[in-house]
Design a protein around this ligand. Sequence first.
Ligand code: AMP
Length: 307
Amino acid sequence: MMPMSGELSLVLTFGTMVCLAILLFFLFRQPGSADPWKINRSAIKLGKRLGEGSFGEVYQGLYNNTPVAVKTLIPGTMDPRDFLKEAQIMKTMQHPNLIQLLAVCTEQPIYIITELMKNGSLLDYLKVRVGRLRLYDQIEMAAQVASGMDYLEMKNYIHRDLAARNVLVGENNVYKVADFGLARVLQATPMLSSQSKLYYIPVGKAIFPLRWTAPEAIANERFTIKCDVWSFGILLYEIMTYGKIPYPDLNNSQVKRMVPNGYRMPCPVDPYCSKDVYKIMLDCWKENKHDRPTFRSLKITLRNVRV
Ligand code: AMP
């Protein structure tokens, strides 16, 4: 063997060290440090408008040649830094009954890029099918939502805005929970659309969906997974009534005063709601949050409802 010159061995040692450093960089890189989820707006091609949500418009789009949904947020509805922190968690939530977050653009207006759901929101889906669904279909919707929420419960993650408007409908009767975690970073702003003023009221610096929120969450300004269970009971009411607004006969101040004093919506009669399903709603609306069921048990109970 030829003896190595001093210079050659120095170059080789230096080269080895550089390779080692690159290897270590990729091995121990923090997933959030060079965030591949944070993309440039130019990576998105906006297409037709899909609808208007409470906090901005939603468009169909193309990202990496894949059809996606692009939610645009009205500037001022959230602090981009808070949102990015929450998005880091949201993107790790993966379940067949949860909308998958694909990417975010964090310059104003913020873009949230998610999987596309062909049939839009569950609220709209219900409203155009009044009287045309079987109890079996309605239970299936609720059971799939409970399944997605069971996953969030297991991950100790709280939705804070569970409602039919935040469930999306795909092909072949697939239902997915959307917008989990977003409510945490939303701020009270005069820029809210007129639609959101119908659902949300300002509480401190935040906004709460009054008719879907458990009374203790409004009182303490603190959410728990048991508040999501309360909202699930309201969502079940929306499913059974084909998208009626909860507490249809009460104004906001009556809801704020009467619900903490024990008032609960009666069993819907038109459209008819089975006593078994109404019992589930009442369980979700128990005053003591610890008496409310878990999403795991709701999933099982729904699978056993007589249809
Ligand atoms: P949102 O801002 O989530 O309330 O959405 C407003 C409307 O946009 C909804 O009612 C849907 O019709 C539509 N939309 C939102 N997200 C999606 C999605 N991922 N796929 C298809 N349509 C969507």
